[in-house]
Design a protein around this ligand. Structure first.
Ligand code: MN
Length: 755
């Protein structure tokens, strides 16, 4: 049942009372309380009768913004008043002069700033986003404008459901591109995270839902791991008289998604999804920093820390004010657990940014707020003075000659610097070494020659069919691994060397040559081999084909450890058609006014171009951008350029559906990696040629120490066909990962298989 407008107004009025009640800064003076109440009545009158898209009265919006300003950012009466009035000049009869007259010049200037900001966004068609920050600073005298604007945007994002689709994309992209980074820079982490999550949820609802679901399932399991650790830590903290709470915090959906995009890894391979947080009430007369390290010491007495994951933002806080001590430990269940150590004050700052500072200083006198606002202003002005990146890149390495490597079960091995995955395999067990074919280092597939870093967690992949190779001697460093390899080849090697020497002798004899120093030198250089025995050995093993001995004696060849296939299947006849764009009988100027357009690859109706930056194909989530020459250009909705365009030229973006009628095909690159074996390339190409609706242009594969990776260029009709093909390839034995290659991979375009 819908409530009458009168009842709704009363409800809104009560919400304002709740704001005043809940926030000490709002009721510091009677004057402030009166001002807030008056602002509500004036805004309520001005907006009376107007409804939001959702059907509720408009006044709920300014009240909600005021509540965010007070509860979530921590501002006082002036800001709450301005928040309540933020839309009156824009949307009603009231002017800035009226606001100045009814309230005070400060409130009026904030409302003025907010109104100007709104109009900037409306005419932002030609605005360069890079200049946006500068414009903000020159226009706005009071930084509170930006904070209230953030609150305004947050509430609009929370209620975005009632907006039409094309507006949702535009608002979401703008939020991601402009507002979330500002919130981050101001240290308003909670708001930043919520803005990002809401943007993702609106732009890719399915991706969001899938990730949310996966995270929930993961959390149920992982919280058991955390529980196994907390018991012992609690015991020690209690014994040393700490007052504290322990909670677990999961990574935001957006940052999971972002990591998957930038690192190209599937959900299953992100291992810092959940962190444990210890928030303590500091003991008197001991510096908080000392207490943080005391807790760190308790934890690391119990569990082994990952050496390169220690982050000390207690000694050197981040530029945006963040303070905490982070460490990652190995739990008894063999899984890493990140632990964040914070005092109550640090925790508050982390959640609410600088706004939390006043609470701990001078009981919130006005000059403290001013100091804080000034510091925000400085932060905004010096966008480059950022020490965070430096700190992130800085890896703390405590041991210079030894590294610590962990087994999948969390057992630690100390190894010399320079050890490879194969060294590690032999370190664990001789047989494991002999049968190893590759390694998963921190869940990523790497060749046996991969050089390990301290803190790596390594799983050795084995195959019964694998036999040791003498070349392995080139990439092991530990005495144990070297001895193991030499041992198994001792006798066999002697025979092969003898056989190789006699084969070379007879081949040279056919050409009326004999083994001499000059010829040996040439051959060694040509095959990149260091010793004569090794050369004979390789010949004896049939690794060197003496058929082209002449060639070897006259010219240089490539590194023999790299095998390269490069197959070309000729150009595709669709090549030319793909750029065809003419005879537009659809008027793009008319299109701008429409809200959604359905495009088809049916040639009689094809009036658009495909963006080169993201190369979308029919079936992908796309938007259409209409450029200044009125060309329609299709971008992938997750393309970085499209996001820029959506935020700066949103009025020229329309949401689009792109259907395939299997008339034209489009170029797509897929990347494949896995464990190399005989015939794997032909197995993969066979699958592609069997798949209808796919045309292969070229294939390029490289193999290095038993791990291969390759790119395949295909012409394909639609995203559905592509998904089908990628699934089929991922099932080929040895294939580890199949990825669609563009700069912004969608989550479901990475397919991993277990080997
Ligand atoms: Mn608003």
């Amino acid at each position: 049942m819908e409530l009458s407008e009168q009842v709704q107004e009363e409800l809104a009025r009560r919400r304002v009372e709740v704001i005043i009640e809940r926030n000490p800064r709002c009721k510091m003076t009677q004057e402030g309380v009166d001002m807030i109440r008056k602002a509500f009545e004036i805004a309520n009158n001005a907006h009376r009768g107007v409804k939001r898209k959702s059907g509720e009265l408009y006044i709920f919006h300014p009240v909600a913004v005021a509540s965010i300003v007070a509860d979530e950012i921590g501002l006082g009466a002036t800001s709450v008043t301005a928040a309540l009035l933020h839309d009156v000049v824009e949307d009603t009869e009231l002017s800035v002069a009226d606001v100045a007259h009814l309230f005070n010049p400060k409130v009026a200037s904030i409302v003025d700033g907010l109104t100007k900001l709104e109009s900037v966004f409306d005419q932002s068609a030609s605005l360069q986003v890079e200049n946006f920050r500068k414009l903000l600073m020159s226009m706005i005298e009071d930084v509170r404008v930006i904070l209230i604007k953030l609150a305004d945007r947050l509430h609009n994002m929370r209620t975005l459901d009632s907006m039409p689709e094309h507006k949702r994309y535009r608002i979401s992209a703008e939020t991601l591109y402009i507002y979330a980074p500002i919130a981050h820079r101001l240290g308003l982490y909670a708001i930043k995270t919520e803005l990002e999550d809401l943007s993702l949820k609106n732009e890719h609802p399915q991706v969001y839902a899938t990730l949310q679901n996966k995270l929930e399932i993961y959390a149920q399991d992982y919280n058991k791991v955390i529980e196994s650790v907390t018991g012992q830590i609690r015991e020690q903290l209690d014994a040393q008289g700490f007052e504290y709470t322990i909670k677990s915090r999961s990574k935001s959906i957006y940052s999971i998604w972002h990591k998957m995009q930038t690192k190209g890894v599937p959900f299953e391979e992100i291992y810092d999804l959940i962190a444990m947080r210890i928030v303590f009430r500091p003991k008197d007369n001991i510096p908080e920093k000392t207490q943080c390290w005391a807790i760190y010491s308790i934890i690391t007495d119990l569990y082994r820390p990952k050496p390169d994951r220690l982050r000390d933002w207690v000694s050197t806080p981040k530029a945006n004010g963040y303070e905490a001590l982070h460490t990652t430990i190995m739990s008894p269940k063999g899984r890493w657990v990140e632990i964040q150590i914070r005092s109550e004050r640090m925790d508050e700052i982390a959640e609410r940014g600088f706004a939390a500072h006043w609470k701990y200083k001078d009981d919130g006198k006005e000059h403290e707020i001013d100091n804080w606002l000034n510091s925000i202003r400085k932060t905004l002005e010096n966008a480059t003075s950022d020490s965070i990146e430096f700190l992130d890149a800085f890896k703390l390495n405590l041991f210079s000659s030894e590294i610590m490597i962990f087994t999948p079960k969390g057992e630690m091995k100390v190894m010399p610097v320079g050890s490879t995955a194969l060294d590690f395999a032999f370190e664990i067990h001789t047989n494991l070494g002999y049968h190893s074919i590759g390694a998963k280092v921190n869940y990523k597939l790497e060749p046996l020659s991969y050089e390990l870093k301290s803190g790596d967690q390594v799983e050795i992949i084995t195959s019964e069919k694998q036999h040791p190779k003498y070349e392995w001697i080139n990439f092991v460093t530990t005495a144990k691994a070297k001895a193991c390899i030499k041992n198994i080849f001792k006798d066999e090697r002697k025979e092969l060397i003898a056989a190789g020497e006699s084969r070379l002798e007879s081949e040279l004899a056919k050409r009326k040559l004999s083994i001499n120093a000059r010829i040996l030198k040439k051959l060694l250089r040509n095959y990149h081999i260091n010793t004569k025995d090794e050369l004979y050995f390789q010949i004896g093993k049939d690794n060197i084909d003496l058929e082209d001995l002449e060639k070897a004696l006259t010219q240089k060849s490539t590194n023999r450890w790299i095998k390269i296939w490069h197959l070309n299947f000729g150009s595709n006849k669709n090549d030319d058609d793909a750029d065809d764009y003419q005879d537009a009988d659809v008027d793009p100027k008319q299109l701008i006014k429409s809200k959604n357009v359905v495009l088809s690859d049916d040639s009689s109706n094809r009036r658009y171009e495909i963006a080169q930056c993201c190369n979308p194909i029919p079936g992908d989530d796309v938007v259409a951008y209409i450029d200044d020459e009125n060309h329609i250009i299709l971008h992938s909705r997750r393309c970085a350029n499209a996001i820029k365009l959506m935020s700066s030229r949103g009025n020229r973006i329309i949401s689009a559906q792109w259907e395939s009628h299997k008339v034209l095909s489009y170029l797509v690159i897929i990347e494949i990696s896995g464990i190399d074996r005989q015939g794997i390339v032909s197995d993969i190409t066979k699958i592609i040629s069997l798949e209808l609706n796919v045309n292969m242009r070229s294939v390029h594969f490289e193999s290095h120490d038993g791990v291969f990776s390759g790119n395949i260029y295909l012409y394909i009709y639609s995203a559905i066909d592509l998904q089908k093909l990628m699934k089929a390839i991922s099932k080929v034995k040895g294939v580890d990962k199949v990825t669609r290659k563009d700069r912004n991979n969608l989550e479901n375009s990475v397919i991993t298989t277990s080997l």
